[in-house]
Design a protein around this ligand. Structure first.
Ligand SMILES: O=C(O)CCC(=O)C(=O)O
Ligand SMILES: [Fe+2]
Length: 280
């Protein structure tokens, strides 16, 4: 690929000194902070294509401004008054699904490139990764319009790969709280304090430029994109991979994110992998 800075990021040369250096630095940052940015991953000669291609499909994003909470769970009157899940936020971002993103665009070529996938897996210390089988959610463009924000949340996926393709004039900052929770501890008090703004000390802000590659473990790090200001929308590509092949989104979640489902989603739900032939 002639779009990646292969002098800095030698994707096709696993095991070389340069590969080992960059993978080992990224692993250290992921272990410590759950986040690593690889600056100028895309060569400057492709930055304008990156922006233009994203802006070309951004009008196809599906908008459904919805009320949500930090855990993306149903509102529950039984939650204690202090529970952070009671804080209502407006999800003002919108996604362009994979089937609307041209296969010859920079982000699509990157997403499907085997050497890129192998490199990303190595950075996450995984033996291999796979594109999602989902024809909509594997690769999306996240669009945050002026005045909108992508509010505080945790990801369902353990890790994500993303790339800003168009930066806003102001605001639209990626903010995250490394390791604010763990598999064994929700840490509701600290999460609530970040949501209300009472204590922003766990918050780190990332300066991202179009063409930087971001690797992020969003299951334990609370994160958001702050409100976008000025006339220009913020666009970011989100590359989703899974450790096993064949992963599809559920019918309900797909409809919520994209406003439609495909026969493939219904089929997958019907034929959900079963480990036995018992009746129930
Ligand atoms: O667009 C971004 O930079 C962050 C997106 C994000 O957090 C998500 O889609 O879960
Ligand atoms: Fe996220």
């Amino acid at each position: 690929m002639n779009i990646v800075d292969i002098a800095r990021y030698p994707l096709a040369d696993p095991g070389s000194d340069a590969w080992e250096r960059v993978v080992s630095r990224t692993r250290t940052e992921l272990r410590e902070l759950g986040c690593s940015v690889l600056p100028e991953f895309i060569l400057p000669s492709s930055w304008e294509a990156l922006r233009r291609e994203g802006a070309g499909v951004a009008p196809l994003a599906y908008y459904d401004v919805e009320e949500t909470n930090v855990y993306n769970i149903a509102f529950d009157d039984d939650l204690p008054a202090e529970h952070p899940g009671r804080i209502v936020m407006r999800r003002g971002n919108a996604f362009v699904p994979r089937d609307r993103i041209p296969t010859d665009s920079v982000i699509h070529r990157l997403y499907t490139d085997p050497s890129f996938v192998r490199f990303v897996a190595a950075c996450f210390e995984l033996p291999e990764l796979h594109e999602l089988a989902d024809p909509l959610s594997g690769l999306v463009l996240n669009v945050v319009q002026p005045g909108m924000e992508h509010p505080w949340h945790f990801d369902t996926n353990e890790f994500t790969v993303s790339m800003l393709t168009q930066e806003p004039e102001e605001g639209g900052v990626f903010e995250y709280c490394p390791n604010i929770r763990s598999a064994g501890a929700e840490n509701f008090g600290a999460v609530r304090s970040v949501l209300t703004g009472a204590d922003r000390s766990p918050v780190r802000a990332l300066t991202l430029r179009p063409g930087d590659l971001q690797l992020f473990k969003g299951r334990y790090a609370l994160h958001r994109v702050s409100a976008v200001r000025g006339a220009t929308a913020r666009h970011s590509a989100i590359f989703a991979y899974s450790e096993r092949p064949g992963v599809m989104g559920s019918v309900a979640r797909t409809r919520q994110l994209f406003g439609r489902v495909l026969p493939a989603h219904r089929d997958a739900e019907r034929n959900a992998v079963r480990v036995d032939q018992l009746l129930d």
